[in-house]
Structure formats: C-alpha cells, structure tokens
Design a protein around this ligand. Structure first.
Ligand code: MG
Ligand code: MG
Length: 262
C-alpha cells in the first residue's frame, strides 16, 4: 500500500457503505451454513455466488494471486487461510474474512464463528477479541490519534493474557482494498497520525490464545500461531466523523444467525 492517505467525501462513503453492506450480508449467508462437515471450499462457493448475485465482485480473488473469495482460517490459523477440502469439526473456531468491490469501492469485514459447541476458553477468546474491536472503534474519532485505537485494542487483549499479533494490521480502505494508513492492534495512546473526518479504515484485531508470534505456512498465504494455539479475528470497516465512528459493516445479521443456531 502507498503512503498517501485518501480522505473520503460523503459520496465516497456512501459507495463504501454499499460494498460493506454486501460484505456483511455475505458473512451472514456463510454463517447459516457453518456446521460440522461442511468444507471451507463450500463456504467459499456460497460467498462467491452471493456476492455475484448482488452485482459485486469478490475483492480477494486474484489479489496478489490469492485464489479464493474468502480467507477461511481455522483454529490456530490466524488469517489468510485458503479455502479447501478441510471439513469443519464440532468445537472448531473459524475466521471468515470477506472483501467486496462494487462500483470501484471496497468493503472488508471478518468474523470468527463457532462450529457447534466450543469450549469455554475458546468462547472467551472470541468474546474478548470482538470486544477489543469495539474498544478500538470507540477511540476512532476526529481529534484522537491512531495510537489511541491501537492501545485500546492491544491493552484490552493483553489484560486478558492473550497474544496480540504484530505482523498484520488493519488499513485504510476505499478505492483500494488496502490503503494507508496502517491500523496496528498494539501501540501507545497519543502516538501516530491524527484521525480526521473522512478517514475510512478497516480495524481488525487478530488475537492469539497463546503467544503473539506467527508463521507463514508453505502455501505462501496462511498465517498460523507459532505455538499452535487458537487465534481469533474480527474486522469492521468504519468511517471517522466528528463524533462516534460510523460502522459501515455490521455484525447484526451474523449475530441473528448465530443466535438462531445456539
Ligand atoms: Mg478483511
Ligand atoms: Mg482488512
């Protein structure tokens, strides 16, 4: 990604909102099918056909050569998992990351789903990771600095003795899937660029149950926790205005699907 920050107009944000809405609905569609036995490639097909039915395109497919619509990362896989013939098992957690482009504007969101019944310690990892995302979003307002978002996320996860992944970060988004600035999940309050109205960013904590270190698998994509312990990932695309940040993606539909399953 380049270093130029593109601030968005209201009409840009309207377009990003449209793509983001499709992303959120796609994740909800995928969520309906998450159960033991379904393969990650099946989930990818569901996502792709839904996105195309909305007149949009998957943003990840072909991005730097990525072969699929979704990144699907199971258990110790942190992010960038390639969908394939792995069949989900009861007790797994699965991060589904989705990007969409429509009319030249991008939306990006991720949600970590439970497969059937999961352990209490996994449920807690999901809860804290999702909460850390909202802690970050609470700091995403005009006049604050990037470090305020970062420290809110990282500080909260570390309070719970989890590992905060350093190598991968959130990002600006708009006319490109990944734009400046970086949105790290660790950092110091008061540091970093000043947040201004019109900044649109994807905030995406990646939190490990164990240590923060990660490695890349031989497929050239999948990032996995080095210690083999589970990892969770939640992401929203948000627009910074004068007050509270505006969520352009939403977990509302996904959470309804989850509530109906459990
Ligand atoms: Mg994403
Ligand atoms: Mg992202």
């Amino acid at each position: 990604m380049g270093s130029t920050i593109y601030y968005k107009t209201e009409s840009d944000i309207e377009k990003i909102r449209e793509s983001s809405l499709i992303v959120s609905k796609t994740l909800a569609e995928v969520g309906k099918s998450i159960k033991p036995g379904i393969t990650t490639a099946d989930l990818d097909k569901i996502a792709e056909s839904y996105i195309l039915s909305q007149g949009a395109k998957p943003a990840f497919k072909g991005y730097k050569g990525f072969p699929a619509t979704l990144c699907v990362s199971v258990n110790a896989q942190v992010v960038h998992g390639i969908p394939g013939n792995y069949a989900l098992k009861e007790g797994d957690i699965v991060s589904v990351d989705c990007g969409v482009v429509k009319d030249g504007y991008y939306g990006d969101s991720a949600y970590t789903f439970r497969v059937g019944k999961i352990s209490e310690e996994l449920a807690n990892l999901l809860k804290v990771t999702k909460e850390s995302l909202y802690k970050g979003i609470n700091e995403a307002k005009e006049g604050n600095r990037m470090g305020d978002i970062s420290s809110a996320i990282g500080g909260y996860a570390e309070e719970h003795k989890y590992g905060v992944v350093r190598e991968l970060v959130g990002h600006g988004i708009g006319r490109h899937l990944h734009e400046a600035p970086d949105v790290p999940n660790y950092g110091k309050k008061g540091n970093g660029i000043k947040l201004q109205r019109g900044l649109v960013i994807a905030i995406e904590p990646m939190i490990n149950m164990g240590k923060k270190e990660v490695k890349q698998e031989n497929d050239g994509w999948t990032i996995t926790a080095k210690d083999g312990k589970p990892s969770a990932h939640f992401e929203h695309t948000v627009a910074i205005g004068s007050g509270k940040a505006e969520l352009l993606t939403s977990f509302e539909e996904i959470e309804k699907v989850e509530a109906a399953q459990f």
